[in-house]
Design a protein around this ligand. Structure first.
Ligand code: 8YV
Length: 315
């Protein structure tokens, strides 16, 4: 008999079909009365497919899934999941690392280039006829010779470092511990890194450990010619402090893919010319989302075959 899985958000069509081949998949997003559905059928589910931008996986949802054994997260980050509650119940968790590293690092570069060279603003300038009417676009600032300070030197941080180095930037980094195999200058304190860099790039995990790590003091240290780039999590930045620093000219600009309250983005950011925005698209290519979906299915298959998870977070 097929195992019954609850999916909080859809995978791409091909991977959804793959899931349907092996499992009885119930789609929470199709339920009008989610609470009623979970109350009546929650006991059926042994597996859960979750995502960062779906229902939060906390004590409440877990209580309604009393027979849950495995969660396969569609995403590398899992700060939407209450790990303590999982461990208390002995539920295992997988995620989708590695397959999204390059795409996410590419988006960091897209934001970095657009923050410095103002690509989006330059496009608008031309389209709105301002080149003809007002003359050349205002001068911008270069990347080469500048310091990229990377907060979080995991796989994505390292992929960003390789790209930034290819743009002739000097790399410095801050992470929990110094990494012996990384050739860049290490800083134990984020504020110290911010003081030493031109572009502060956030590539760390979300969650309580990094919550509001970028605050007024860090932005002050980054200084009036510094830029903040965030492809990590909105929670890493105290967004009110960022907006205040931008409004006061305490930093030069920002490139943001992630926000405090997605998908709602503060008008005070939207209305600023010195900010480049993207709607949480780090992993959002067809190829990568497909690979992420496959990993979700492979992890569930491994678990139900009694094997080790392919990419475990909590095993
Ligand atoms: C999302 C992400 O998972 O991998 C992560 O941590 O934030 C993204 O890849 C994706 O947008 C689906 O929610």
């Amino acid at each position: 008999m097929k195992k019954t899985i609850l999916a909080l958000k859809p995978l791409l069509e091909a991977e959804m079909a793959l899931l349907d081949e092996t499992y009885e998949v119930m789609r929470l997003w199709e339920q009008d009365d989610r609470a009623g559905f979970l109350a009546s059928q929650g006991g059926e589910f042994e597996g859960l497919v979750s995502t960062y931008d779906g229902e939060k996986v906390g004590a409440g949802l877990l209580e309604s899934l009393p027979n849950l054994k495995v969660i396969a997260q569609f995403g590398a980050g899992y700060d939407n999941i209450d790990l303590a509650a999982l461990k208390a119940r002995g539920i295992v968790l997988s995620n989708t690392p590695d397959v999204l590293t390059d795409d996410t690092a590419d988006i960091a570069m897209l934001l970095l280039l657009n923050a410095a060279r103002r690509g989006v603003a330059a496009d608008q300038y031309l389209r709105n006829g301002r080149w003809k009417e007002e003359g050349p676009f205002p001068l911008t600032t270069c990347l080469s010779g500048k310091v990229a300070g990377i907060f979080g030197m995991g796989k994505i941080g390292q992929a960003i470092a390789r790209r930034a180095a290819a743009f002739n930037m000097t790399i410095k980094y801050c992470s929990r511990t110094e990494k012996s195999d990384i050739p860049y200058d290490y800083y134990g304190k984020l504020q110290a890194l911010a003081r030493e860099c031109d572009f502060l790039i956030l590539a760390c995990s979300g969650g309580p450990e990094t919550q509001h790590a970028v605050n007024r003091e860090v932005l002050e240290a980054l200084g009036p010619s510094g830029y903040l780039i965030n492809i990590a999590r909105g929670s890493v930045v105290k967004e009110d402090d960022l907006i205040a620093a931008l409004e006061a000219g305490e930093i030069a600009g920002a490139g943001l893919d992630v926000f405090a309250n997605e998908p709602n983005v503060s008008e005070r950011l939207i209305n600023r010319e010195d900010v480049v925005l993207s709607p949480h698209v780090g992993s959002a290519t067809r190829e990568t989302r497909s690979k992420m979906g496959r990993l979700v299915v492979e992890n569930l298959n491994a678990f139900f075959a009694g094997k080790a998870l392919v990419t475990p977070v909590v095993a």
